[in-house]
Design a protein around this ligand. Structure first.
Ligand code: BT5
Length: 254
């Protein structure tokens, strides 16, 4: 596996049998000066992190868990797109394996409305400038009893007859994320606009009635109608149009 990933010239691999959190390892390496393209992969993660101090739980041997260290050169204003770009490319990679994968804004990857992958992008300040750690966890062979929450699913539960291997998923998803990132970073405003329209076209949230739980503890409800060029979700509420930069979306099923 290390050899296969090593074939991609712009990645260096740190493969760990076990890690508390690959995002933590990648952040530590970033502070130690590791370059763009360090890929930290753990066979098993014991204290996976979600957003807002939540946890990401996966049983041993069942998931793909990695963090990619990036040192983006795009302007700071474009950084909020990184989580959306990652969700979009992970969903596209899973689609290439035959799954009908969609992104719930900003970056939960869903199959049949259930969460199959979670993404945590963290900005790290380092002596060499700001870095981004892009963490991805994918439930691959997880059984129904092993899923931590009823809203979760795994690739095996979605199609038990043709589940790809964890190695295949890792290689396909890492390649898709790296390619998507490189094209976005190199392509300037044209690539940014292309990403925004492609994201909107594949986002399960746009067009839905939603409730958005905001970080401060309040929430708003309405119809999600778009994602703007800053990556914010545009929601038509009874009181007018709101643009949301961060929050947890619940798709409201009428
Ligand atoms: C996420 O947070 O979904 C981000 C998950 C990122 C995990 C990767 S694994 C590699 C890297 N290293 C890390 O330490 N983290 C990253 P959030 O949107 O806050 O969702 C967290 C919520 O998802 C939890 O509160 C649970 O409700 C649910 N959840 C936990 N484990 C899950 C799983 N395996 N599958 C589906 N849902 C899960």
């Amino acid at each position: 596996l290390a050899d296969e990933i090593g074939l991609t010239p712009d990645l260096t691999l740190e493969l760990l049998p076990e890690s508390a959190s690959t995002n933590q390892v990648a952040a530590d390496r970033a502070r130690e000066g590791a370059p763009d393209g360090l890929l930290v992969v753990a066979d098993h993660q014991t204290a996976g992190r979600g957003r807002l101090d939540r946890t990401w739980e996966t049983p041993p041997g069942a998931a793909v868990t990695f963090s990619l260290l990036l040192r983006p050169t795009v302007p700071a204003a474009a950084w909020p797109w990184l989580p959306l770009l990652t969700g979009h490319t992970v969903a596209k990679a899973l689609t290439s394996f035959g799954y009908d994968a969609k992104v719930k804004w900003p970056n939960d990857v869903l199959i049949d409305g259930q969460k199959v992958a979670g993404i945590l992008v963290e900005r790290i300040e380092t002596d060499a400038g700001p870095a981004a750690v892009v963490g991805v966890g994918i439930n691959v062979t997880t059984d129904a009893e092993e899923l931590p929450v009823p809203t979760a699913t795994s690739l095996a539960l979605a199609h038990d007859d043709r589940t790809p291997t964890r190695e295949g998923v890792l290689l396909g998803v890492v390649a898709a994320v790296r390619e998507g990132y490189d094209a976005w970073q190199a392509g300037g405003s044209e690539a940014a606009a292309r990403l925004a329209s492609s994201y909107v076209a594949h986002c399960a949230t746009v067009g839905q009635d939603v409730r958005v739980d905001l970080p401060g503890g309040t929430s708003l409800s309405g119809r999600a109608v778009d994602v703007d060029l800053d990556g914010r979700l545009v929601v038509e509420t009874a009181g007018g149009v709101e643009k949301v930069g961060a929050g947890d979306v619940v798709h409201v099923v009428p």
